[in-house]
Design a protein around this ligand. Sequence first.
Ligand code: HMG
Length: 418
Amino acid sequence: MKKRVGIEALAVAVPSRYVDIEDLARARGVDPAKFTSGLGAREMAVTDPGEDTVALAATAAARLIQQQGVDTSRIGMLVVGTETGIDHSKPVASHVQGLLKLPRTMRTFDTQHACYGGTAGLMAATEWIASGAGAGKVAIVICSDIARYGLNTAGEPTQGGGAVALLVSEQPDLLALDVGLNGTCTMDVYDFWRPVGRREALVDGHYSINCYLEALSGAYRGWREKALEHGLVRWSGTMPGEQLARIAYHVPFCKMARKAHTQLRLCDLEDAVGPGPGTPEAREEVAKSSASYDAQVATSLGLNSRIGNVYTASLYLALAGLLQREGAQLASQRIGLLSYGSGCMAEFYSGVVGEKAAERMARADLEGVLARRERVSIEEYERLMKLPSDSPEAKAPAPGTFRLAEIRDHKRIYVEGG
Ligand code: HMG
Protein backbone atom coordinates (compact mmCIF):
# COMPACT_ATOMS: atom_id res chain seq x y z
CA MET A 1 0.00 0.00 0.00
CA LYS A 2 1.16 3.53 -0.81
CA LYS A 3 2.33 5.50 2.23
CA ARG A 4 0.22 8.43 3.47
CA VAL A 5 2.58 11.38 3.53
CA GLY A 6 2.01 15.06 4.13
CA ILE A 7 1.94 17.89 6.63
CA GLU A 8 1.57 16.78 10.23
CA ALA A 9 1.68 20.22 11.87
CA LEU A 10 2.82 23.80 11.29
CA ALA A 11 3.99 26.89 13.16
CA VAL A 12 4.13 30.54 12.18
CA ALA A 13 6.62 33.29 13.11
CA VAL A 14 5.99 36.95 12.30
CA PRO A 15 8.03 40.11 12.79
CA SER A 16 7.34 41.94 16.04
CA ARG A 17 5.95 45.05 14.31
CA TYR A 18 3.33 45.94 11.70
CA VAL A 19 1.71 49.00 10.14
CA ASP A 20 -1.95 49.52 9.46
CA ILE A 21 -2.36 49.59 5.68
CA GLU A 22 -4.71 52.60 5.81
CA ASP A 23 -1.98 54.60 7.61
CA LEU A 24 0.38 53.73 4.75
CA ALA A 25 -2.19 54.76 2.12
CA ARG A 26 -2.77 58.12 3.81
CA ALA A 27 0.99 58.75 4.11
CA ARG A 28 1.37 58.05 0.37
CA GLY A 29 -1.61 60.24 -0.58
CA VAL A 30 -3.54 57.23 -1.91
CA ASP A 31 -7.23 56.48 -1.36
CA PRO A 32 -7.13 53.79 1.41
CA ALA A 33 -9.77 51.82 -0.55
CA LYS A 34 -7.12 51.09 -3.21
CA PHE A 35 -5.05 49.16 -0.67
CA THR A 36 -7.97 47.63 1.29
CA SER A 37 -10.42 46.65 -1.42
CA GLY A 38 -8.16 47.08 -4.49
CA LEU A 39 -5.37 44.87 -3.06
CA GLY A 40 -7.22 43.24 -0.15
CA ALA A 41 -4.71 44.28 2.55
CA ARG A 42 -5.36 45.22 6.19
CA GLU A 43 -1.95 45.22 7.87
CA MET A 44 1.67 44.81 6.72
CA ALA A 45 4.45 43.13 8.72
CA VAL A 46 7.56 45.27 9.23
CA THR A 47 11.00 43.81 9.93
CA ASP A 48 14.15 45.42 11.24
CA PRO A 49 17.66 44.12 10.45
CA GLY A 50 17.64 41.98 13.62
CA GLU A 51 14.64 40.04 12.33
CA ASP A 52 16.25 38.50 9.27
CA THR A 53 15.36 35.34 7.36
CA VAL A 54 17.43 33.14 9.71
CA ALA A 55 15.89 34.63 12.86
CA LEU A 56 12.36 34.16 11.52
CA ALA A 57 13.10 30.62 10.29
CA ALA A 58 14.66 29.56 13.61
CA THR A 59 11.77 31.08 15.57
CA ALA A 60 9.19 29.22 13.46
CA ALA A 61 11.05 25.90 13.74
CA ALA A 62 11.61 26.24 17.50
CA ARG A 63 7.91 27.05 17.93
CA LEU A 64 6.90 24.01 15.86
CA ILE A 65 9.07 21.70 17.95
CA GLN A 66 7.87 23.16 21.24
CA GLN A 67 4.15 23.50 20.42
CA GLN A 68 3.81 20.08 18.81
CA GLY A 69 6.24 18.14 21.03
CA VAL A 70 8.42 17.03 18.10
CA ASP A 71 11.04 14.40 19.00
CA THR A 72 14.07 16.07 17.38
CA SER A 73 16.01 12.80 17.15
CA ARG A 74 13.48 11.73 14.47
CA ILE A 75 14.28 14.67 12.14
CA GLY A 76 16.18 13.40 9.11
CA MET A 77 15.87 16.40 6.81
CA LEU A 78 15.68 20.18 7.28
CA VAL A 79 14.97 22.31 4.23
CA VAL A 80 14.57 26.09 4.08
CA GLY A 81 12.79 27.58 1.09
CA THR A 82 13.78 31.21 0.75
CA GLU A 83 14.63 33.89 -1.79
CA THR A 84 15.98 36.30 0.83
CA GLY A 85 18.84 34.25 2.23
CA ILE A 86 21.76 35.90 3.97
CA ASP A 87 24.80 34.33 2.30
CA HIS A 88 25.74 33.17 -1.20
CA SER A 89 27.06 29.90 0.20
CA LYS A 90 26.08 29.07 3.77
CA PRO A 91 22.42 28.00 3.87
CA VAL A 92 19.84 29.30 6.29
CA ALA A 93 19.14 25.65 7.13
CA SER A 94 22.63 25.25 8.64
CA HIS A 95 22.02 28.22 10.96
CA VAL A 96 18.73 26.69 12.09
CA GLN A 97 20.42 23.35 12.74
CA GLY A 98 23.00 25.03 14.98
CA LEU A 99 20.66 27.44 16.77
CA LEU A 100 18.19 24.68 17.63
CA LYS A 101 20.90 22.05 18.27
CA LEU A 102 19.23 19.66 15.83
CA PRO A 103 20.78 16.28 14.93
CA ARG A 104 24.07 16.34 13.02
CA THR A 105 22.86 13.29 11.10
CA MET A 106 20.22 15.37 9.25
CA ARG A 107 20.36 16.39 5.59
CA THR A 108 20.18 20.24 5.46
CA PHE A 109 19.84 22.55 2.47
CA ASP A 110 18.05 25.64 1.12
CA THR A 111 15.83 25.69 -1.96
CA GLN A 112 15.41 28.76 -4.17
CA HIS A 113 12.99 29.61 -6.92
CA ALA A 114 11.37 32.92 -5.88
CA CYS A 115 8.12 32.23 -4.00
CA TYR A 116 8.05 28.63 -5.24
CA GLY A 117 11.17 27.68 -3.18
CA GLY A 118 9.15 26.49 -0.17
CA THR A 119 7.02 24.18 -2.28
CA ALA A 120 10.16 22.80 -3.92
CA GLY A 121 11.36 21.93 -0.40
CA LEU A 122 8.01 20.45 0.60
CA MET A 123 7.93 18.21 -2.45
CA ALA A 124 11.56 17.10 -1.92
CA ALA A 125 10.71 16.14 1.66
CA THR A 126 7.41 14.49 0.76
CA GLU A 127 8.88 12.41 -2.03
CA TRP A 128 11.89 11.47 0.17
CA ILE A 129 9.48 10.05 2.75
CA ALA A 130 7.09 8.50 0.18
CA SER A 131 9.97 6.72 -1.57
CA GLY A 132 11.01 5.03 1.66
CA ALA A 133 14.43 6.71 1.60
CA GLY A 134 13.53 8.55 4.81
CA ALA A 135 13.32 5.21 6.64
CA GLY A 136 10.70 6.44 9.12
CA LYS A 137 12.31 9.82 9.79
CA VAL A 138 10.41 13.11 9.55
CA ALA A 139 11.35 16.35 7.78
CA ILE A 140 11.01 20.01 8.68
CA VAL A 141 10.46 22.41 5.80
CA ILE A 142 10.66 26.10 6.62
CA CYS A 143 9.47 28.87 4.30
CA SER A 144 11.07 32.12 5.46
CA ASP A 145 11.23 35.46 3.65
CA ILE A 146 11.15 39.22 3.85
CA ALA A 147 9.35 40.94 0.96
CA ARG A 148 10.87 44.37 0.22
CA TYR A 149 10.10 46.60 -2.73
CA GLY A 150 11.13 49.89 -1.15
CA LEU A 151 9.50 53.12 -0.04
CA ASN A 152 7.10 54.85 -2.45
CA THR A 153 7.00 51.97 -4.96
CA ALA A 154 3.87 50.33 -6.41
CA GLY A 155 4.85 47.14 -4.62
CA GLU A 156 5.27 48.86 -1.21
CA PRO A 157 1.76 47.99 0.12
CA THR A 158 2.40 44.33 -0.76
CA GLN A 159 5.53 43.97 1.41
CA GLY A 160 5.64 41.69 4.47
CA GLY A 161 7.77 39.11 6.23
CA GLY A 162 7.63 35.97 8.33
CA ALA A 163 8.12 32.22 8.31
CA VAL A 164 6.04 29.05 8.33
CA ALA A 165 7.59 25.79 9.52
CA LEU A 166 5.99 22.55 8.31
CA LEU A 167 6.46 19.13 9.88
CA VAL A 168 6.33 16.54 7.07
CA SER A 169 5.78 12.91 7.97
CA GLU A 170 3.81 9.70 7.54
CA GLN A 171 1.26 11.03 10.01
CA PRO A 172 -0.36 13.84 7.97
CA ASP A 173 -2.70 15.23 10.63
CA LEU A 174 -3.11 18.49 8.71
CA LEU A 175 -2.96 17.44 5.06
CA ALA A 176 -2.26 14.08 3.36
CA LEU A 177 -0.84 14.95 -0.08
CA ASP A 178 -1.98 13.25 -3.29
CA VAL A 179 1.62 12.30 -4.13
CA GLY A 180 2.36 12.02 -7.83
CA LEU A 181 -0.62 14.00 -9.10
CA ASN A 182 1.01 17.46 -9.08
CA GLY A 183 0.75 19.62 -12.19
CA THR A 184 3.68 21.90 -13.04
CA CYS A 185 4.36 24.76 -15.45
CA THR A 186 7.58 26.71 -15.91
CA MET A 187 8.46 29.63 -18.23
CA ASP A 188 11.61 31.76 -18.58
CA VAL A 189 10.28 35.28 -17.81
CA TYR A 190 11.49 38.48 -16.11
CA ASP A 191 8.36 39.34 -14.13
CA PHE A 192 10.01 39.81 -10.71
CA TRP A 193 13.69 39.43 -9.86
CA ARG A 194 16.40 40.67 -7.49
CA PRO A 195 19.90 40.91 -8.99
CA VAL A 196 22.71 39.81 -6.65
CA GLY A 197 23.63 42.63 -4.25
CA ARG A 198 20.26 44.40 -4.38
CA ARG A 199 18.13 44.55 -1.24
CA GLU A 200 14.89 45.51 -3.03
CA ALA A 201 13.16 43.38 -5.65
CA LEU A 202 12.57 44.65 -9.18
CA VAL A 203 9.16 43.89 -10.60
CA ASP A 204 7.08 44.41 -13.71
CA GLY A 205 3.89 44.38 -11.61
CA HIS A 206 1.07 43.98 -14.14
CA TYR A 207 3.12 41.61 -16.31
CA SER A 208 3.86 39.50 -13.19
CA ILE A 209 0.12 39.06 -12.66
CA ASN A 210 -0.26 37.78 -16.22
CA CYS A 211 2.68 35.39 -15.80
CA TYR A 212 1.13 34.04 -12.58
CA LEU A 213 -2.20 33.44 -14.34
CA GLU A 214 -0.64 31.78 -17.38
CA ALA A 215 1.53 29.48 -15.26
CA LEU A 216 -1.45 28.67 -13.03
CA SER A 217 -3.40 27.54 -16.11
CA GLY A 218 -0.64 25.13 -17.14
CA ALA A 219 -0.16 23.73 -13.64
CA TYR A 220 -3.87 23.35 -12.92
CA ARG A 221 -4.54 21.60 -16.24
CA GLY A 222 -1.63 19.24 -15.51
CA TRP A 223 -3.05 18.34 -12.10
CA ARG A 224 -6.61 18.05 -13.48
CA GLU A 225 -5.57 15.56 -16.15
CA LYS A 226 -4.07 13.24 -13.53
CA ALA A 227 -6.89 13.83 -11.02
CA LEU A 228 -9.43 12.87 -13.70
CA GLU A 229 -7.45 9.71 -14.53
CA HIS A 230 -7.41 8.71 -10.85
CA GLY A 231 -11.13 9.48 -10.39
CA LEU A 232 -10.51 12.29 -7.86
CA VAL A 233 -12.68 14.67 -9.93
CA ARG A 234 -15.09 14.21 -12.86
CA TRP A 235 -16.53 16.11 -15.78
CA SER A 236 -20.08 15.70 -14.59
CA GLY A 237 -22.50 17.84 -12.62
CA THR A 238 -20.07 20.46 -11.34
CA MET A 239 -16.73 21.44 -12.88
CA PRO A 240 -13.57 19.62 -11.63
CA GLY A 241 -12.27 22.71 -9.81
CA GLU A 242 -15.58 23.03 -7.99
CA GLN A 243 -15.17 19.51 -6.61
CA LEU A 244 -12.32 20.69 -4.38
CA ALA A 245 -13.68 21.80 -1.01
CA ARG A 246 -11.31 24.78 -0.89
CA ILE A 247 -8.39 26.11 -2.93
CA ALA A 248 -5.44 27.92 -1.33
CA TYR A 249 -3.41 30.11 -3.69
CA HIS A 250 -0.04 31.83 -3.53
CA VAL A 251 -1.01 35.25 -2.15
CA PRO A 252 1.34 38.13 -3.07
CA PHE A 253 -1.64 40.35 -2.13
CA CYS A 254 -5.11 39.08 -1.28
CA LYS A 255 -6.87 40.31 -4.42
CA MET A 256 -4.53 38.05 -6.43
CA ALA A 257 -6.30 35.00 -4.99
CA ARG A 258 -9.56 36.23 -6.53
CA LYS A 259 -7.89 36.73 -9.92
CA ALA A 260 -6.30 33.27 -9.63
CA HIS A 261 -9.62 31.63 -8.81
CA THR A 262 -11.31 33.28 -11.79
CA GLN A 263 -8.50 31.97 -14.02
CA LEU A 264 -8.81 28.42 -12.66
CA ARG A 265 -12.56 28.47 -13.34
CA LEU A 266 -11.89 29.79 -16.83
CA CYS A 267 -9.65 26.78 -17.51
CA ASP A 268 -12.53 24.46 -16.60
CA LEU A 269 -15.07 26.49 -18.58
CA GLU A 270 -12.87 26.61 -21.68
CA ASP A 271 -12.12 22.88 -21.59
CA ALA A 272 -15.58 21.67 -20.54
CA VAL A 273 -17.15 19.02 -22.72
CA GLY A 274 -20.84 19.45 -23.45
CA PRO A 275 -22.97 22.57 -23.33
CA GLY A 276 -21.65 25.51 -21.28
CA PRO A 277 -21.48 29.28 -21.53
CA GLY A 278 -20.68 29.72 -25.24
CA THR A 279 -19.04 33.09 -25.70
CA PRO A 280 -15.79 34.21 -24.04
CA GLU A 281 -17.76 37.04 -22.35
CA ALA A 282 -20.28 34.60 -20.89
CA ARG A 283 -17.46 32.34 -19.66
CA GLU A 284 -15.71 35.31 -18.05
CA GLU A 285 -18.93 36.20 -16.22
CA VAL A 286 -19.37 32.66 -14.82
CA ALA A 287 -15.65 32.43 -13.95
CA LYS A 288 -15.86 35.60 -11.83
CA SER A 289 -18.61 34.14 -9.60
CA SER A 290 -18.37 35.74 -6.16
CA ALA A 291 -20.32 32.83 -4.68
CA SER A 292 -17.61 30.40 -5.79
CA TYR A 293 -14.83 32.68 -4.52
CA ASP A 294 -16.58 33.11 -1.16
CA ALA A 295 -17.17 29.37 -0.80
CA GLN A 296 -13.79 28.06 -1.98
CA VAL A 297 -11.20 30.78 -1.34
CA ALA A 298 -12.14 33.73 0.91
CA THR A 299 -11.78 31.92 4.24
CA SER A 300 -8.08 31.22 3.61
CA LEU A 301 -6.99 34.87 3.49
CA GLY A 302 -7.24 36.01 7.12
CA LEU A 303 -3.52 35.76 7.93
CA ASN A 304 -2.31 37.00 4.53
CA SER A 305 -4.38 40.18 4.86
CA ARG A 306 -2.69 40.93 8.21
CA ILE A 307 0.91 40.04 7.30
CA GLY A 308 1.40 40.84 3.60
CA ASN A 309 3.49 38.93 1.08
CA VAL A 310 5.90 36.46 2.67
CA TYR A 311 7.09 35.09 -0.70
CA THR A 312 7.77 31.34 -0.08
CA ALA A 313 5.50 31.29 2.98
CA SER A 314 2.47 33.04 1.45
CA LEU A 315 0.75 29.87 0.24
CA TYR A 316 1.41 28.20 3.59
CA LEU A 317 -0.01 31.19 5.47
CA ALA A 318 -3.14 30.72 3.35
CA LEU A 319 -3.20 27.02 4.28
CA ALA A 320 -2.67 27.92 7.96
CA GLY A 321 -5.40 30.57 7.85
CA LEU A 322 -7.79 28.13 6.19
CA LEU A 323 -7.20 25.29 8.67
CA GLN A 324 -7.25 27.67 11.62
CA ARG A 325 -10.76 28.75 10.62
CA GLU A 326 -12.18 25.61 9.08
CA GLY A 327 -9.97 22.69 10.13
CA ALA A 328 -12.79 20.81 11.85
CA GLN A 329 -15.37 21.10 9.09
CA LEU A 330 -12.87 20.31 6.33
CA ALA A 331 -11.73 17.02 7.91
CA SER A 332 -11.57 14.24 5.26
CA GLN A 333 -12.23 16.70 2.43
CA ARG A 334 -9.89 17.29 -0.53
CA ILE A 335 -8.46 20.78 -1.09
CA GLY A 336 -6.27 22.22 -3.87
CA LEU A 337 -3.12 24.35 -3.51
CA LEU A 338 -1.40 26.55 -6.07
CA SER A 339 2.21 27.60 -5.58
CA TYR A 340 3.73 30.30 -7.82
CA GLY A 341 7.24 31.67 -7.96
CA SER A 342 8.34 34.39 -10.34
CA GLY A 343 10.82 33.65 -13.03
CA CYS A 344 8.66 31.48 -13.17
CA MET A 345 7.24 28.21 -11.85
CA ALA A 346 3.76 27.13 -10.80
CA GLU A 347 2.73 23.87 -9.17
CA PHE A 348 -0.83 22.77 -8.44
CA TYR A 349 -1.35 19.92 -6.00
CA SER A 350 -4.04 18.52 -3.75
CA GLY A 351 -4.47 16.76 -0.45
CA VAL A 352 -7.00 15.54 2.08
CA VAL A 353 -7.43 17.45 5.35
CA GLY A 354 -6.72 15.28 8.39
CA GLU A 355 -9.12 14.43 11.20
CA LYS A 356 -6.84 16.12 13.74
CA ALA A 357 -6.36 19.35 11.79
CA ALA A 358 -8.35 21.53 14.21
CA GLU A 359 -6.52 20.10 17.24
CA ARG A 360 -3.10 20.64 15.62
CA MET A 361 -4.00 24.19 14.58
CA ALA A 362 -5.21 25.08 18.09
CA ARG A 363 -1.71 24.26 19.35
CA ALA A 364 -0.22 26.67 16.78
CA ASP A 365 -1.99 29.58 18.58
CA LEU A 366 -2.01 31.83 15.52
CA GLU A 367 -4.20 34.48 17.15
CA GLY A 368 -1.69 34.75 20.00
CA VAL A 369 1.23 35.01 17.56
CA LEU A 370 -0.40 38.00 15.80
CA ALA A 371 -1.67 39.60 19.00
CA ARG A 372 1.87 39.95 20.39
CA ARG A 373 2.89 42.33 17.58
CA GLU A 374 3.26 46.07 18.04
CA ARG A 375 1.58 48.54 15.67
CA VAL A 376 4.06 51.24 14.57
CA SER A 377 3.67 54.59 12.86
CA ILE A 378 4.68 55.22 9.25
CA GLU A 379 7.61 57.35 10.52
CA GLU A 380 8.92 54.40 12.55
CA TYR A 381 8.39 52.00 9.61
CA GLU A 382 10.37 54.31 7.33
CA ARG A 383 13.15 54.60 9.91
CA LEU A 384 13.38 50.81 10.17
CA MET A 385 13.40 50.41 6.38
CA LYS A 386 16.36 52.80 6.11
CA LEU A 387 18.55 50.96 8.64
CA PRO A 388 21.54 49.21 7.03
CA SER A 389 20.99 45.46 6.82
CA ASP A 390 24.31 44.62 8.52
CA SER A 391 23.93 46.60 11.76
CA PRO A 392 20.95 45.45 13.81
CA GLU A 393 19.81 47.65 16.65
CA ALA A 394 20.42 46.32 20.17
CA LYS A 395 17.09 44.85 21.25
CA ALA A 396 16.34 41.85 23.45
CA PRO A 397 14.39 39.20 21.52
CA ALA A 398 11.03 38.21 22.97
CA PRO A 399 11.02 34.85 24.80
CA GLY A 400 11.15 31.95 22.35
CA THR A 401 12.29 34.09 19.41
CA PHE A 402 15.68 34.55 17.76
CA ARG A 403 17.38 37.74 16.64
CA LEU A 404 20.52 38.73 14.75
CA ALA A 405 22.71 40.42 17.37
CA GLU A 406 25.74 41.39 15.30
CA ILE A 407 27.95 40.53 12.36
CA ARG A 408 31.57 39.96 13.40
CA ASP A 409 34.30 39.01 10.90
CA HIS A 410 31.50 38.53 8.32
CA LYS A 411 29.89 35.95 10.59
CA ARG A 412 26.33 36.36 11.81
CA ILE A 413 25.71 35.96 15.53
CA TYR A 414 22.20 35.22 16.79
CA VAL A 415 20.67 35.36 20.25
CA GLU A 416 17.58 33.66 21.66
CA GLY A 417 15.08 35.40 23.94
CA GLY A 418 14.86 33.62 27.28
P1 HMG B 1 -0.71 49.49 -9.01
O1 HMG B 1 -0.39 49.51 -10.45
O2 HMG B 1 -0.31 50.68 -8.21
O3 HMG B 1 -2.25 49.26 -8.74
O4 HMG B 1 -0.02 48.24 -8.32
P2 HMG B 1 -3.46 49.16 -9.79
O5 HMG B 1 -3.66 50.46 -10.44
O6 HMG B 1 -3.31 47.92 -10.63
O7 HMG B 1 -4.63 48.93 -8.73
C1 HMG B 1 -4.68 47.76 -7.97
C2 HMG B 1 -6.16 47.38 -7.80
O8 HMG B 1 -6.79 48.38 -6.98
C3 HMG B 1 -6.94 47.36 -9.11
O9 HMG B 1 -7.88 46.30 -8.99
C4 HMG B 1 -7.67 48.69 -9.11
O10 HMG B 1 -8.86 48.69 -9.89
C5 HMG B 1 -7.96 48.86 -7.63
P3 HMG B 1 -8.02 45.21 -10.20
O11 HMG B 1 -8.43 46.01 -11.39
O12 HMG B 1 -6.65 44.59 -10.37
O13 HMG B 1 -9.02 44.27 -9.70
N1 HMG B 1 -8.16 50.25 -7.21
C6 HMG B 1 -9.09 50.62 -6.31
N2 HMG B 1 -10.03 49.92 -5.66
C7 HMG B 1 -10.84 50.60 -4.79
N3 HMG B 1 -10.75 51.94 -4.60
C8 HMG B 1 -9.81 52.69 -5.24
C9 HMG B 1 -8.94 52.02 -6.15
N4 HMG B 1 -7.92 52.43 -6.94
C10 HMG B 1 -7.44 51.34 -7.59
N5 HMG B 1 -9.73 53.99 -5.01
C11 HMG B 1 0.53 45.90 -8.29
C12 HMG B 1 -0.58 46.92 -8.19
C13 HMG B 1 -0.02 44.55 -7.83
C14 HMG B 1 1.01 45.80 -9.73
C15 HMG B 1 1.71 46.33 -7.36
O14 HMG B 1 1.30 46.35 -6.02
C16 HMG B 1 2.93 45.46 -7.49
O15 HMG B 1 3.78 45.65 -8.36
N6 HMG B 1 3.09 44.43 -6.57
C17 HMG B 1 4.20 43.52 -6.59
C18 HMG B 1 4.10 42.46 -7.67
C19 HMG B 1 3.08 41.39 -7.37
O16 HMG B 1 2.62 41.25 -6.28
N7 HMG B 1 2.74 40.58 -8.41
C20 HMG B 1 1.80 39.49 -8.24
C21 HMG B 1 2.05 38.33 -9.22
S1 HMG B 1 3.75 37.79 -9.22
C22 HMG B 1 3.90 36.85 -7.75
O17 HMG B 1 2.93 36.53 -7.11
C23 HMG B 1 5.28 36.51 -7.30
C24 HMG B 1 5.79 37.33 -6.14
O18 HMG B 1 5.16 36.91 -4.94
C25 HMG B 1 7.32 37.21 -6.02
C26 HMG B 1 7.99 35.86 -6.04
O19 HMG B 1 7.58 34.90 -6.67
O20 HMG B 1 9.06 35.79 -5.43
C27 HMG B 1 5.49 38.82 -6.28
